[in-house]
Design a protein around this ligand. Structure first.
Ligand code: RP5
Length: 168
């Protein structure tokens, strides 16, 4: 049985993939079906429009848009759909990703995109899962367990630190 993608990932270039993989890995970890495409807001604007306009009919609930440099992909996608768009700024220039971050985060009123940190691919994946979890109890349970595991890992690190300090 073919499962429909709940999350659509779109990236401006295949050079973004090494970073975007962090989001893909998170979606896989939570068992979320996804589709992924290379589409550029500047180099293939028509494909970006078609992709965004068709996403809802394909069963997609959340879109992650990753791009670097003058990163307009998230905003352009958001202009053509009412689905929530998570923008992932890629550090792909000499400006350390600040150009991508500002291009994505400084959206005009009316067309929001939820921008994560520069190269913050994992958080883009987690945020997408959190959006889906609003109507999916099993995902919501997995997210709770994920947070508990994180808290346990920090507690373990603290325990180690206390032991090391006692030895000093
Ligand atoms: C952006 O330009 C892409 O998202 C990528 O981050 C950057 C460089 O693209 P390539 O020249 O590597 O294709 O549109």
């Amino acid at each position: 049985m073919i499962k429909l993608a709940k999350v659509a990932i779109v990236m401006g270039s295949n050079s973004d993939l090494p970073v975007v993989k962090g989001a893909i890995d998170k979606l896989k970890e939570f068992g979320v079906e996804f589709e992924a495409r290379v589409i550029s807001a500047h180099r293939t604007p028509q494909a970006a429009e078609e992709f965004a306009k068709g996403a809802e009919d394909r069963g997609v609930s959340v879109i992650i848009a990753a791009a670097g440099k003058a990163a307009h992909l998230g905003g352009v996608i958001a202009a053509y759909t009412t689905l929530p768009v998570i923008a992932l700024p890629i550090k792909s220039s000499l400006m350390d990703g600040l150009d991508s971050l500002l291009s994505m985060v400084q959206m005009p009123s009316g067309i929001p995109v939820a921008t994560v940190a520069v190269n913050g691919a994992e958080n883009a994946g987690i945020l997408a899962v959190q959006m889906l979890a609003l109507s999916d109890k099993s995902l919501s349970d997995k997210l709770k367990k994920f947070k508990e595991d994180m808290a346990a890992a920090v507690a373990e690190k603290d325990k180690k630190l206390q032991a090391e300090l006692a030895e000093m």
